[in-house]
Design a protein. Structure first.
Lengths: 268, 417
């Protein structure tokens, strides 16, 4: 696996973003979900063809302070400031779960700034007739069962691995908890913050990927995203849950490369 | 020492298999378990008991706020306090405590300034205003307040309420969470500039400092008694020293279940079933609701995590989960129970150990029927209260207690001495 490098960008007077980066070529942004940012095999594979830039959500890494971000609107503008700091006029963005929601918000706020959008099981909607469970009142064992089709797979073992040393355990848990703390700021108590009204503004060519057995955000939400984003295609993969990009990695990679190869701003 | 006769107002008839059959007494407790006819009876029994406490000359009667909670049937403690004010106003000894209103839940928070001013006027200036930060269950899960905003909302609401109480001109408030063009709270409070403020809380350094720096009285509200409270009151007084505040015991209070009977043996016969009801059913809280992400800062999470992981922290609920009997509950200090002699000795020992002036006495526990509640109130008043009143003769309670109509600044209270 490539060893990503860490970078810090002071994007405005209040906030710095830390990123993990690896690879060469055209930049590709990856926005992580509420589980936090870890350099996983999916990111590693993306970095074989593109310069992957994966920012930590404010509040989840050392340089930035979540209290400096006032609300979702402020957060979206901070990601625009990050694009400025990276000197990216029009970005290709991959976003997973909460990161998918942020990617959609950024693309809807200024549609000229996102060329291609790959939203993997994005958050941001809530259907009262098909409600997603409360991720903020969930034990870790339950969460593990909900995000993977097979919670006993080697993948699950890899994700659930804990160091033996108590100090290292504390750090792992602190990282998880601070990520969840920061995520809750933007998703509490349910993640519908009006994105459904803004989705039609998105001009990026958009691929939406969903695991058919998603136990966290129901697969039915995918069709709502597809129908409201003008240039969108939905791909539902079997035998996959919320971590579909890891559970069905070769397929998601293939779909991603195809989407990134197409022209920006048109349906992939 | 001052004794507040304090009532949570629990639901007394949860099913025998409640803790096996249902997930939680709080947040998700099935609504169908509430029988309004029983609720009617409880409310009036509880109010009768609190009114009896006024007649018996306790230093205060107290109520508090909970939501979707089977052991705290007061979403609005102010409603209960307003009824009690009718009796308190005629009393020479008894004040009225609402402990309190969770400021972050009121929109706009001047509602608290208004209602508490009403209570202060109704009670003839015998009102104590409690401002808890609030539990995660009530604040985040039931009332939907974003945990990342909770403390900010609390502090902003506090500043707004205090300004509303202390400003005689119409003013404008431009806060992050509240924008009000015209703040002009009627009625004015009876106590000038405002009622004494108590801060009920758990063990957070932010709350100790907030109480101490504002000269508010801090009340440690737990159900686990005096031995457990040492973990909090020790650090509280350390902070008082660090901040240069005196060690006036009335700066602090703590909550304690106390059950008085004729003898120690009779106390067990009288109260065991009802105390166990409380700890088995009312403490049956789904851990998923203990703490919303962001309720505590990362710094305080870090402090707590290590002791959880290495197994040194096994307190409170965890002890109960391992099974408990009357003997264990008494020995671990969760309850103080016995004859008046036994009880007063233990209270004095606990109060000295914790250095607290305000005893928030939980006089009703779990499923206690009314006759036992009244027995407890009477036996305590006769056999305990007179012996603990003069525990801190060298200290002046007045900076933290009501003063009636007129000037009630701590300095004015002192100089009136």
């Amino acid at each position: 696996m490539a060893q990503p490098t860490t970078h810090t960008y002071q994007v405005n007077a209040r906030l710095a973003f830390d990123t993990l980066e690896a690879g060469r070529g055209e930049p590709l942004l990856f926005l992580h979900g509420a589980g936090g940012l870890a350099w996983d095999p999916f990111l590693d594979a993306l970095a074989e063809r593109r310069r992957v830039i994966a920012p930590f959500l404010p509040g989840t890494s050392k340089s930035n302070d979540i209290s400096q971000v006032r609300d979702l609107w402020d957060l979206v503008l901070c990601y625009h400031d990050l694009l400025d700091a990276l000197r990216i006029d029009r970005a290709d963005v991959v976003g997973h779960s909460m990161g998918g929601m942020i990617a959609c918000e950024v693309a809807a706020c200024d549609p000229s700034r996102v060329g291609r959008l790959i939203a993997i099981a994005p958050a941001g909607l809530f259907d009262i007739n098909d409600p997603m469970p409360d991720i903020f009142a969930m034990r870790s064992a339950e969460l593990a069962e909900r995000v993977l089709v097979d919670p006993k797979s080697p993948l699950a073992e890899m994700l659930g691995a804990m160091p033996d040393d108590v100090d290292e355990q504390v750090e792992v848990l602190i990282q998880r908890l601070s990520t969840l703390n920061a995520a809750a700021k933007f998703l509490w108590p349910i993640p519908d913050k009006g994105l459904i009204r803004r989705l039609p503004r998105i001009k990026a060519s958009t691929l939406i990927v969903w695991g058919r057995q998603d136990g966290l955000i129901p697969v039915g939400y995918g069709e709502t995203f597809r129908s409201l984003i003008p240039n969108a295609r939905l791909k539902v993969l079997d035998q996959a849950s919320h971590l579909v990009q890891l559970e069905r990695m070769p397929d998601v990679l293939e779909l991603t490369w195809a989407a990134l190869a197409g022209p920006a701003g048109e349906a992939p | 020492m001052k004794t507040v006769a304090f009532n949570l107002m629990p639901y007394k008839d949860l099913p025998a298999d409640f803790e096996k059959k249902y997930d939680s007494v709080w947040v998700s407790i099935p609504r169908t378990l509430y029988d309004p006819r029983k609720g009617h009876e409880y409310y009036h029994d509880y109010l009768d008991a609190l009114e009896t406490a006024v007649d018996l000359g306790y230093d205060a009667v107290g109520v508090n706020e909970h939501h979707s909670n089977g052991y705290g049937l007061m979403p609005s403690p102010n409603l209960m306090a307003s009824i009690l004010s009718r009796k308190v106003r005629h009393s020479d000894t008894t004040s009225l405590v609402v402990l309190g209103n969770s400021l972050a839940l009121y929109n706009p928070p001047i509602r608290v300034a208004e209602e508490m001013a009403m209570l202060d006027v109704l009670s003839a200036g015998k009102f104590i205003a409690g401002f808890p930060v609030g539990t995660s269950m009530d604040t985040n899960y039931v009332y939907g307040i974003n945990p990342s905003e909770m403390r900010e909302r609390y502090y902003e609401a506090h500043d707004l309420v205090m300004k509303a109480w202390t400003t005689d001109e119409v003013f404008t408030w431009n806060g992050k969470y509240n924008q009000l063009r015209y703040v002009n709270t009627w009625p004015r409070t009876a106590q000038r500039p405002h009622p004494p403020v108590w801060i009920p809380g758990g063990g957070s350094v932010e709350t100790y400092d907030f109480s101490l720096l504002n000269d508010y009285s801090f009340s440690y509200l737990s159900f686990f008694g005096h031995k457990y409270a040492k973990k909090v009151m020790g650090p509280f007084w350390d902070r008082a020293d660090a901040l240069g505040k005196d060690r006036n015991p009335y700066r602090a209070g703590y909550a304690q279940f106390i059950c008085v009977s004729e003898t120690d043996a009779q106390a067990q016969i009288d109260y065991e079933e009802h105390v166990k009801y409380f700890f088995a059913k009312c403490m049956h809280i789904d851990p998923r609701f203990f703490e919303a992400p962001g309720y505590r800062t990362v710094a305080s999470l870090r402090a707590g995590l290590r002791s959880q992981l290495d197994g040194t922290a096994k307190v409170g609920k965890a002890i109960l989960d391992e099974g408990f009997g009357w003997k264990e509950l008494v020995e671990s200090g969760y309850i103080i129970a016995g004859s008046p002699e036994t009880v007063r000795e233990q209270i004095i020992e606990a109060a000295r150990e914790l250095h607290v002036g305000n005893l928030i006495w939980l006089f009703h526990c779990g499923s206690m029927p009314q006759h036992l509640t009244l027995k407890n109130l009477h036996l305590f008043a006769e056999g305990v209260l007179p012996h603990i009143r003069n525990l801190w003769p060298e200290w002046d309670h007045r900076p933290f207690w009501p003063s009636g109509f007129g000037d009630s600044t701590p300095d004015a209270r002192r100089s009136a001495a």
